[in-house]
Design a protein around this ligand. Structure first.
Ligand code: HEC
Length: 153
């Protein structure tokens, strides 16, 4: 009787602990949504600058490319904390409900993108436009793969 009660309490505390990081990080769902959208927006701006150089729409400047690629790689880590449980609503969002029903698949695409942006940052460090061009395509595809599946238009 007592043992059963203890076990239940332990299970309940474990569940509470597991949900704490996300709950403690954002006061409300709206904040998590704003956070992820802001991180994605800023990352997108810096990613576009690299895209402009990779496609020849902007002149290649090795130093600027490296700065932008480093920012993208750092920001690529941030948005995912803003997709915690219960953040499917609370503010306007383009995230599809499948983000929360297919978390493993969603996070796999997030990991893939982080890996590609690290490769892009390494490419930019070489100072070679050809390296940047070669790494930009796969990185852009890693964005698209997730947007096609998990972002509505
Ligand atoms: C694992 C999935 C995933 C990956 C990878 C991903 N995105 Fe997104 N992105 C989303 C989702 C979902 C939204 C919609 C978020 C919302 O509205 O709450 C979004 C929104 C955005 C937005 C709009 C932000 C706003 O509200 O202003 C930009 C810009 C963006 N992504 C850029 C990128 C770029 C650039 C990459 C690749 C370097 C990328 N994303 C990779 C899932 C992803």
């Amino acid at each position: 009787m007592h043992i059963k009660h203890l076990a239940l309490t332990a299970a309940a505390s474990a569940a509470l602990l597991l949900s704490l990081p996300a709950a403690a990080q954002f006061a409300k769902s709206e904040d998590a949504i704003k956070y992820r959208q802001s991180a994605l927006f800023v990352m997108g701006q810096h990613f576009s600058r690299l895209g402009a150089m990779a496609s020849g729409r902007a002149p290649f400047d090795a130093k600027v490319a490296q700065e932008n690629a480093d920012i993208v790689a750092a920001l690529a880590k941030l948005p995912w904390a803003g997709f915690g449980p219960g953040t499917d609503k609370g503010a306007p969002t383009k995230a599809k409900p499948e983000v929360w029903t297919e978390q493993a698949k969603f996070m796999e695409l997030a990991d893939k993108m982080q890996a590609e942006t690290l490769k892009l940052a390494a490419a930019a460090k070489t100072g070679s436009l050809d390296e940047v061009k070669a790494a930009f395509g796969p990185a852009a595809n890693s964005c698209k793969a997730c947007h096609d599946a998990y972002r509505s238009r």
